[in-house]
Write a protein that binds this ligand. Structure first.
Ligand SMILES: O=C([O-])CC(=O)C(=O)O
Ligand SMILES: [Mg+2]
Length: 336
């Protein structure tokens, strides 16, 4: 009689050991970079004891909080096999702990990847069987529910077939179809060489970063050197300068301004580091501001505002916003 809920395939096609061993020491990231971002388990699966993992998948589809089928799989798996348990990410009851881990060590099991919970975490950390899991939980699992052994399962968001090659480390786990393994090996070794060259270039100070500029240019990035909180806007409006002790006001044109200062074009020189009073015209909010003259280039003078009153600051903010959005302050019905 068939039993859809509970069946067990005892034998799987394992890739040749030589093919598996060719991945020893290969970082998961170097392999992942050649997989089109596919076939890599997601970050829900984390290393429990930070041991690298490598071996063919022996899969278990368990009921979320039951480990009867995992118990059976541990007796069927061959040395070196990696038990991949699809417990649907459930963290209610842990499906393995130190006893199963110790038994698996006795049997020479290559490791565990569990899309579910484990417990006896202290003991697992000290055990030299690589264990990866979605979390930890305390209460004992059931041992009487349905499940399947050696069917395709999902683990960490990807499909794992029995016999797939699994490579895991602190970064995560990649799932390799053995038919792709030869190509992946070549590409991953190449990736390692490319990264080694980048690291050498960083150390020698010869790293070429031009590709970033090119990528941004191709995407039409807008690069603004101003502080985001104080953008500088181009303006073209008259400003009257009053110099202390001088009866004659000076006429200037504002070229650009920010919340912090203003660039003025003035025909007669201003004294650097002097303090001046600026009467900004209607287009610039019709306000008076005190400023220090900080630098000069030809007849351009950079001035920094000092002690701006809160209400003046609010007007300035509005003026700058309007200029940045609409080019200039055409509409003057804002009450200034
Ligand atoms: O007994 C269980 O189901 C899980 C466990 O804690 C162990 O393997 O030590
Ligand atoms: Mg236990």
């Amino acid at each position: 009689m068939s039993n859809e809920g509970l069946y067990i395939f005892t034998s799987i096609n394992r890739p040749p050991r030589k093919l598996i061993d060719a991945f020893v020491g290969m970082p998961s990231a170097a392999i992942a970079d050649n997989m089109n971002r596919m076939s890599c388990m997601n970050a829900t699966i984390r290393p429990i004891n930070n041991l690298p993992l490598l071996g063919p998948a022996f899969t278990v589809k368990s009921h979320p909080d039951d480990n009867l089928l995992l118990q059976k799989a541990l007796d069927l798996a061959q040395p070196g096999d990696v038990l991949v348990v699809d417990a649907q990410g459930d963290l209610t009851n842990p499906v393995m702990g130190k006893l199963l881990a110790l038994w698996s060590k006795q049997r020479g099991i290559g490791g565990f990847i569990i899309d579910g919970a484990v417990r006896d975490i202290g003991a697992l950390r000290r055990m030299d069987v690589p264990i990866y899991a979605a979390g930890t939980a305390l209460t004992m699992s059931y041992k009487d529910r349905p499940g399947k052994i050696n069917v395709p399962v999902t683990c960490g968001g990807v499909v794992v077939n029995p016999g797939d090659i699994l490579v895991g480390d602190e970064d995560g786990i990649v799932v390799i179809n053995p038919r792709d393994a030869d190509d992946l090996l070549i590409q991953s070794k190449n990736k390692i060489r490319v990264e080694q060259k980048i690291m050498n270039d960083i150390e020698k100070g010869t790293l070429d970063r031009m590709w970033i500029e090119e990528a941004l240019k191709a995407r039409r990035a807008v690069i603004i050197n101003d502080n985001r909180n104080s953008p500088r806007v181009n303006v073209d409006a008259p400003v009257t300068i009053i110099i202390k002790g001088s009866a004659e006001p000076i006429h200037a044109t504002a070229i650009n301004m920010s919340m912090d200062g203003i660039l003025l074009q003035v025909e007669q020189p201003l004294e650097i580091l002097s303090q001046i009073r600026l009467c900004l015209s209607k287009e610039l909010g019709n306000i008076n501001i005190v400023a220090n003259v900080t630098w000069q280039q030809y007849n351009n003078f950079g001035c920094e505002f000092v002690d701006i009153a809160e209400e003046v600051r609010a007007i300035l903010d509005h003026v700058i916003y309007r200029h940045s959005q609409f080019g200039r302050l055409e509409c003057l019905d804002i009450g200034y």
